[in-house]
Design a protein around this ligand. Structure first.
Ligand SMILES: [Cu+2]
Length: 152
């Protein structure tokens, strides 16, 4: 039966689901794009550390000149090895990758020694402070909504 509390609970559940379903698009390196950073891999590490990656988000790699994007394992990321790329190496800009599994996603450029010079980026889902806060808030809101329903 439709009580005010029940309606509020329903609205909260729906809005929580909507927030969770929103996919964001991130342009790797922003204006700088996908290139060999003058400062080395700290550039993309810093960029990624400021992002709140979530399941379903999309990474967009933009570049000029000769680069590509290889999605690799952590070991191959560490060693700049692209011979066992997890999916086809993307050679045309822009290249999009969907963060379709939890955990970390590793990307390198396989041209010459670009990776060794810092053209590599890791996107890890759900480890930033912002993501944890969002997850915690969602859980709390959900618990409140359940309380509304069970006390009707
Ligand atoms: Cu490159």
């Amino acid at each position: 039966m439709a009580t005010p509390a029940g309606l509020i609970g329903c609205l909260i559940v729906v809005s929580t689901l909507l927030v969770g379903a929103t996919a964001d698009t991130f342009t790797v390196g922003e204006e700088m794009g996908w290139t060999i950073p003058a400062v080395g891999d700290i550039m993309y590490k810093t960029w990624a550390s400021q992002k709140d990656f979530e399941l379903g988000d999309i990474l967009v790699f933009n570049w000029n000149g000769t680069h590509n994007v290889a999605k690799v394992t952590k070991e191959d990321y560490d060693n700049c090895n692209s011979t066992n790329a997890l999916v086809a190496i993307q050679t045309a800009s822009p290249a999009n990758f969907t963060l379709d599994t939890n955990g970390s996603h590793y990307f390198i450029c396989s041209i010459d020694n670009h990776c060794g010079r810092g053209q590599k980026v890791t996107a890890t889902i759900g480890t930033s402070a912002a993501a944890l806060t969002t997850a915690t808030l969602s859980t709390v809101v959900f618990a409140i909504a359940i309380a509304f329903f069970t006390h009707l």
